[in-house]
Design a protein around this ligand. Structure first.
Ligand code: HEC
Length: 93
């Protein structure tokens, strides 16, 4: 999964139960939303790779529901250089 430098290997596939949370900050640099990727294959909202996609506001309310199945996320996350639909290694190598 990770190489000797702690980077995700290009051919990696995140295991079941993986949870990735990204903080999104507004212009004043305060925490606005959390972006969530959760690998949960059996979930009714999961995509073909088992990822559940969603945004949660800093106050805990739902911003983009998982029931949308990542419809506003996946096109961008499928871009060349993605690893199992994740992009951090492409933009922060
Ligand atoms: C216009 C392109 C774009 C769209 C749309 C987009 N993302 Fe991302 N996302 C990125 C990029 C680029 C990164 C990696 C750089 C970073 O972390 O800021 C990323 C990183 C992430 C990460 C951290 C894991 C990773 O892939 O590196 C999560 C979690 C995430 N996005 C969730 C979502 C969710 C959920 C949605 C839809 C509600 C979404 N994103 C929509 C471009 C996008």
């Amino acid at each position: 999964m990770l190489d000797e430098n702690g980077k995700v290997k290009p051919d990696a596939s995140f295991p079941e139960g993986s949870l990735i949370v990204k903080e999104l900050h507004d212009k004043e640099n305060s925490l606005a939303r959390y972006a969530i990727l959760y690998k949960n294959t059996g979930n009714g909202s999961a995509d073909s790779r088992g990822w559940v996609w969603g945004y949660i506001n800093a106050d805990g309310t739902v911003s983009i529901s998982a029931s949308k199945k990542g419809s506003s996320c996946i096109n961008c996350h499928l871009q060349e250089g993605n690893i199992d639909y994740t992009l951090m290694n492409k933009f922060f190598p």
